[in-house]
Design a binder for this molecule. Structure first.
Ligand code: RI2
Length: 302
């Protein structure tokens, strides 16, 4: 799929999930390289950067998207090649390597995170995170006897996908509305969610509702785990930049025509403070949220 079609599908959420949009963006840059008719290396690099900008602008909150795009464009530009065929080859390889590393990271998070799950655990998850599901599924495949509560995750109801996916795996799963979390929290041992972005102070940007769940879990002394590949950490936050919270069309919540005189707002992510996060599970290992700076330094340099 080409760059503009991919960007369009990311914007409309036909392609969704923080890791997934990064992999699709990498794939689109690969396609750009395969189809580019640039006549000079300069023209090729300019086109690549422009393609990257189009993809980055599709969704603002998941830092996985700009991180993936910049990893590829900077490597290709930085190689200083003056041959178009070599530039194409390098773009295709770098994008392919990112996709492979991303898939491996999700698997690795599953293996590492499953070590933190015990037989008998009742888990709550929010939205639909491949990283979080990797932990839950791996634990179940290891023979651990677990049960899951999945929130529906309004307004897009990605929790329906999660519930069906877990049921298909044979994992006992209960679907609840987002506002029912506190009703069931006493049964929950561990909350396991994904992340769209993690800031330098360990604050977690994830599907709206996550912060309320973290607060509820904290009060009930249930553990709160976040699963995130290392490319979901935001290097820009080191310089004090804030992560933008995407606000989507109010029509996704209710038909504004039926609510004359009512303002409808639709923020799709929220920020969970690090104090409510017990552990972040990455493909490099587990860490407290306070160690986010160390990971960012290792991953992105200064
Ligand atoms: P993985 C999703 O965003 C959810 O917020 C989910 O928790 C997060 O991406 C991470 O998902 P959306 O695209 O990368 O549904 O772990 O808004 O799959």
């Amino acid at each position: 799929m080409g760059v503009s079609a991919t960007a369009k599908k990311i914007k409309s959420m036909e392609i969704r999930g923080a890791g997934n949009i990064a992999r699709y963006a990498a794939q689109a840059l690969k396609t750009y390289a395969e189809e580019s008719r640039a006549k000079t290396p300069k023209e090729f690099i300019l086109g690549l950067k422009k393609a990257g900008d189009v993809l980055i602008s599709a969704r603002p909150s998941a830092v996985s998207l700009p991180n993936a795009v910049r990893l590829i464009t900077r490597k290709v530009e930085g190689a200083g090649l003056d041959d178009i065929a070599l530039l194409k080859e390098l773009t295709i390889k770098t994008a392919g390597d990112f996709i492979e590393a991303s898939n491996t990271a999700v698997e690795k998070i599953g293996e590492i995170g499953a070590g933190r799950i015990s037989s008998g655990d009742v888990i709550l998850t929010h939205c639909n995170s491949q990283a979080a599901l990797s932990v839950i599924k791996t634990a179940a495949r290891q023979g651990k006897d677990i049960e899951v509560f999945a929130t529906e995750s309004r307004p897009w109801n990605q929790g329906h996908i999660t519930a069906k996916e877990l049921a298909k795996e044979g994992i006992p799963v209960t679907l609840i509305v987002d506002s029912a979390v506190r009703v069931f929290i006493r049964k929950i041992d561990k909350v396991i969610v994904g992340a769209d972005s993690i800031a330098v102070n360990g604050a977690v940007v994830n599907k709206v509702g996550t912060a309320q769940i973290a607060l509820t879990a904290h009060e009930a002394r249930a553990l709160f785990f976040v699963c995130a590949e290392s490319y979901k950490f935001s290097p820009a936050t080191v310089l004090g930049e804030l992560i933008e919270i995407e606000e989507r069309d109010p029509g996704e919540i209710a038909d504004p025509k039926k609510f004359k005189g009512v303002k409808i707002r639709n923020p799709v992510f929220d920020v969970t403070p690090p104090e409510y996060v017990d552990l972040i599970i990455t493909e490099k290992g587990v860490m407290p949220p306070q160690a986010a700076l160390i990971l960012i330094k290792e991953q992105f340099g200064w």
